[in-house]
Design a protein around this ligand. Structure first.
Ligand SMILES: Cc1cc2nc3c(=O)[nH]c(=O)nc-3n(C[C@H](O)[C@H](O)[C@H](O)COP(=O)(O)OP(=O)(O)OC[C@H]3O[C@@H](n4cnc5c(N)ncnc54)[C@H](O)[C@@H]3O)c2cc1C
Length: 330
């Protein structure tokens, strides 16, 4: 049994702590916030598990890894929905739909009849859609709570309000997100924030069963069904280190896009406006950086939920068996 410190209780840290505790190691999860998840960008995620749709904007080599990670989610303790993803566009933006189809794989072009079977609420609203049947989503905050409960059940120790020096351990896995910026300094390992703004609304009168992505030449957006009749509407992708509140423009555009998907969103109650930073490296791929017994896992960009289980599996295999880290993640 090894003693493992994990610093940072975002989705990457929670999966590392859960996986090491499950493998029988003595885990100590150390988080700077007094209140869990308060400062984690993970609490703002959709959280879509979308290997194919996300490949539109990232390296195709990531797909097999993302699929493996999706399997690991299914093997874990959290509830996962695998209802696929639908991509839609108003008729004037049909070219965007065709172009998205060309840039991605594993989709079916569904016409209005099948579309209305998949999402009855969208009947008559869109003539066609791209359907990615194998994709999933989950409720991010309940999933983080579930991981935390399981870490505790597996005798993991959790310290909030952590400052100062680390307890003695065989290894430290550092998942501090943007908190690790000043310690990751080489040119290709410099972290930058990619801002994401989002809105959460409550709308009991509409039932959507899967993430719906709305294409738009300027600002694509998505709606993810969350528990308790809530929908998360996201998200901007802005290269800036501004970490202030959501702008009026982003709020208007996100709410407008939800209204385009279905006018019932006009009656939704807004329960949260929020903004945060996605920790990202220059190639938008997560990295496992080995510095002796200190292992950084960071840069998850738009893929933190998608890839967290896989990254935990890789670090565990490296520490237990010396399995080298896959080139893509170095
Ligand atoms: C609006 C939005 C939508 C998104 N949607 C999706 C999606 O649909 N699917 C998907 O896969 N990803 C999505 N993402 C991306 C995903 O949220 C990130 O990739 C992920 O949250 C990164 O997780 P992390 O654990 O690295 O960082 P964080 O969640 O930021 O966690 C880092 C933790 O470390 C703590 N910390 C920092 N410094 C210290 C310190 N010195 N000591 C102790 N603790 C410290 C912080 O308080 C924090 O709790 C989205 C992101 C945003 C902003």
């Amino acid at each position: 049994m090894l003693k493992i410190n994990i610093i940072g209780a975002g989705i990457l840290g929670l999966w590392q702590a859960y996986r090491f505790a499950k493998a029988g190691h003595q885990v100590h999860l150390l988080e700077q916030s007094e209140t869990l998840f308060e400062k984690a960008s993970s609490r703002l995620a959709g959280a879509m598990l979308a290997p194919f749709c996300e490949s539109e904007a990232s390296q195709k080599e990531l797909i097999p890894h993302a699929l493996k990670s999706l399997e690991l989610w299914h093997e874990g303790p959290c509830e996962i929905h695998t209802n696929g993803t639908l991509i839609i566009a108003p008729p004037r933006d049909r070219i965007e739909l065709i172009s998205f189809a060309k840039r991605t794989i594993e989709h079916e072009l569904v016409k209005s009849e099948k579309l209305s079977k998949l999402e009855p609420a969208l009947e008559g609203r869109f003539d066609e859609a791209l359907y990615y049947e194998r994709e999933g989503h989950l409720a991010p905050r309940p999933a983080m709570e579930t991981l935390l409960e399981n870490i505790k059940k597996l005798n993991g120790q959790i310290s909030l309000g952590f400052k100062g020096s680390l307890p003695h351990a065989n290894y430290t896995v550092d998942t501090r997100g943007m908190g690790a910026k000043s310690d990751l300094k080489t040119l290709d390992k410099t972290l930058r924030p990619v801002r994401g703004e989002m809105v959460v609304v409550h709308l009991p009168d509409l039932k959507l069963h899967r993430p719906i992505r709305l294409l738009h030449p300027r600002m694509p957006s998505y709606i993810v069904p969350w528990p308790d009749d809530q929908y998360m509407i996201g998200a901007t992708v802005i290269e800036t280190d501004d970490d202030g509140p959501i702008t009026l423009r982003a709020g208007l555009e996100l709410l407008g896009s939800a209204f385009t998907v279905h006018p019932s969103f006009g009656e939704a109650k807004i329960i949260e406006f929020n903004a945060g930073s996605r920790p990202s490296f220059s190639d938008n791929l997560p990295k496992i950086v080995l510095e002796g017994d200190h292992i950084f896992v960071n840069g998850a960009y738009r893929h933190g939920f998608l890839l967290a289980p896989l990254l935990a599996e890789m670090v565990l295999a490296y520490i237990e068996e010396g399995v080298p880290i896959e080139g893509l993640f170095q």
